[in-house]
Design a protein around this ligand. Sequence first.
Ligand code: F6R
Length: 243
Amino acid sequence: MRIVKVKDYQEMSRKVANLISAQITLNPSSILGLATGSTPEGAYKILARRYKKGDLDFSEVVSFNLDEYVGLSGEHPQSYRYFMNKNLFDLVNIDLDYTYVPRGTASDPDEMCDDYEAELESYGYVDLQILGLGRNGHIGFNEPSDHFSEKTYCVDLTESTIEANARLFDSADEVPRQAYTMGIGTIMHAGIIVLAASGKEKAQALHDALEGPITPACPASILQMHEDVIVVADEDALSLCTL
Ligand code: F6R
């Protein structure tokens, strides 16, 4: 595991954007695993700027997102499909047909999950996976639990995640109670994993993920078992780590 310690959110965003840019430059038909949320937003802005300047080409890139709220369509402003289109896909020349996000409105949840996992498998899973970190140690929407999940599945969100995400909805009542997410096993198939974290509110989770025991009570702790993880985190997020 390599730790890249940065000053703040801006520097974290530049480093994450650099890693994604390098991946696409070295392999234009890369399979990217993408996250939504505040953490990657800055990096996506930088990638969009680089594309506009002619420095990056997404035409052959394929992407798979980690997760989506159950019940939200891609037109819903809080859906992760909407987030990705607005913050990255509509700003670069990626082929939308090759941007995969779990379908929140699928009529058959089990079938949707199986199809998503099968699609990932058909590509040999992702080359580079970007992860944010939940305050409770979740990655994707893999919440603290008594076991590590394997494949893409439908998960009940915890109260702490609902509260954390309520800032993006009009009220906590509107936050969906379930989500589709790649499983821990799915995520661990990635060739390289970039875990990004910024801010004091991530410090405890980052400490537990990097320096605590490997336990499903802190899903991100499984990353200690992956052979190619790059942690890009700022001083505040790393403030509880001894390293
Ligand atoms: C989002 C995702 C989540 C977030 C995490 C951190 O697609 O998978 O695991 O990465 O909840 O969210 P932010 O970045 O908003 O702090």
